[in-house]
Design a protein around this ligand. Structure first.
Ligand code: PLP
Length: 381
């Protein structure tokens, strides 16, 4: 009998080791991991620079409360935002927490307080996390079921639909929460023209645009953040998953004029900005800045797209960088495809009901990609 709540449907493998793009289970079976632990271990397992930073920090001190200055938090905040100069040259400030849901929770609180408005808009099929605020932002009734009443004044509108948004966006709206590529919802990219129109409308009505970069950020789509590829400037954006390469950490970044709503005592977290987390995040930011990884993301993206062409069980391929969604033909069972891949030593994910989702480490090599494609081709042909 398990001593755990059954809130996850778990596969019967227990992963105990990881190295680069590979993991090994308790039976000694090796898997090529195209999940990165759900978009977390973006630099691969045991990345030497992240590992070294963590080990060095572990020998100094693990935890210091937010009663004191933190040079490490300043360093990570600076690395995350140094290339995000707003048109008005207004800098972004950071708030650190421990997960994606907490980052969105902070953004939701800040947006309401800074605007003095309560209505918040998000999109159908979106995913923003599981805490009450983040769950209420999530536009999927299956995730709300049984937990109501939700946080009031949340409105869900169809994705990539400007008219539907215009019909509800007004001067009572505090914020619009947006994933630029819906991850859990099915790897669905937002259209560039639509996103730019959304940003313009928000600006016109004084509505804060919050971009959820929790899955798309930290280099996943070929730039540090996905919004860099959309020509927009979010008022707030949230990061987590890949930020610590596996150490739990999240961040909310927002334009500096918003700081008046987040004065001393307004919000906080005991563990937020923890030294171990910041040491890992600082190393992750430095590795991503070196640039070789982004070159690899573009090369491997092309290799995956070429290798996935013309497979009979595939209906469509979507995504950007190394966030790849493979929509299966209607007759195919996603569960069965995932099982066949796993039996051949390849771990992949699902998104929505019929999309096979690949989130390989951004460091995956050409040879590893060739090996992954051979298995994908065998199962999907
Ligand atoms: C995973 C995810 C979250 C939630 O992050 P947690 O760390 O699980 O709380 C929020 N938004 C998006 C887009 C995600 O992919």
């Amino acid at each position: 009998m398990s001593h755990l709540f059954p809130n996850y449907s778990r596969l019967p493998i227990d992963i105990q080791q990881g190295n680069g793009s590979y993991v090994v289970d308790s039976q000694g079976n090796q898997y090529l991991d195209l999940t990165s632990g759900i978009g977390v271990v973006n630099l691969g397992y045991g990345h030497p620079k992240v590992q070294a930073a963590l080990m060095t920090q572990a020998e100094q001190i693990w935890h210091v409360p937010n009663l004191y200055d933190s040079q490490l938090q300043e360093e990570v905040a600076q690395k995350l935002t140094q290339n995000q100069k707003s048109a008005s040259d207004e800098p972004y400030l950071a708030y650190f927490c421990n997960s994606g849901a907490e980052a969105n929770e902070a953004a939701l609180k800040l947006a309401r307080k800074a605007t003095g408005r309560s209505k918040v808009i998000s999109f159908e099929q979106s995913f923003h996390g599981r805490t009450f605020g983040a769950m209420s932002l999530t536009g999927q009734s299956s995730i709300h079921d049984g937990f109501g009443p939700l946080v009031p004044e949340m409105v869900y509108v169809p994705f990539n639909d400007l008219e539907a948004l215009q019909a509800v966006l007004d001067e009572q709206t505090a914020a619009v929460f947006l994933e630029l590529i819906q991850g859990e919802g099915g790897v669905i990219p937002a259209e560039v023209a639509w996103v730019q129109a959304v940003a313009a409308l928000c600006q016109e009505l004084g509505v804060l645009l919050v971009v959820d970069e929790i899955q798309t950020g930290m280099g996943r789509t070929g730039t540090l953040f996905a919004f860099e590829g959309y020509g927009i400037e979010p008022d707030l954006f949230t990061v987590a998953k890949g930020l610590g390469n596996g150490i739990p950490v999240g961040a909310m970044l927002g334009k500096s004029h918003l700081q008046t709503a987040f004065g001393p005592g307004s919000h906080g977290s005991t563990f937020g900005g923890n030294k171990l987390a910041m040491a890992a995040a600082s190393a992750v930011c430095s590795v991503l800045q070196e640039g070789d990884i982004q070159v690899n993301v573009h090369l491997r993206q092309q290799q995956f797209l070429d290798g996935l062409q013309g497979l009979s069980k595939v209906q469509a391929i979507r995504g950007k960088g190394l966030m790849i969604g493979i929509e299966l033909a209607d007759s195919e069972s996603l569960q069965s495809v995932l099982t066949q891949l796993r039996n051949q030593g390849l771990l992949a994910l699902k998104a929505g009901t019929k999309v096979l989702r690949l989130l390989p480490p951004l460091t995956i090599s050409q040879e590893e990609t060739t090996a992954a494609l051979a298995i994908l081709q065998a199962v999907l042909a």
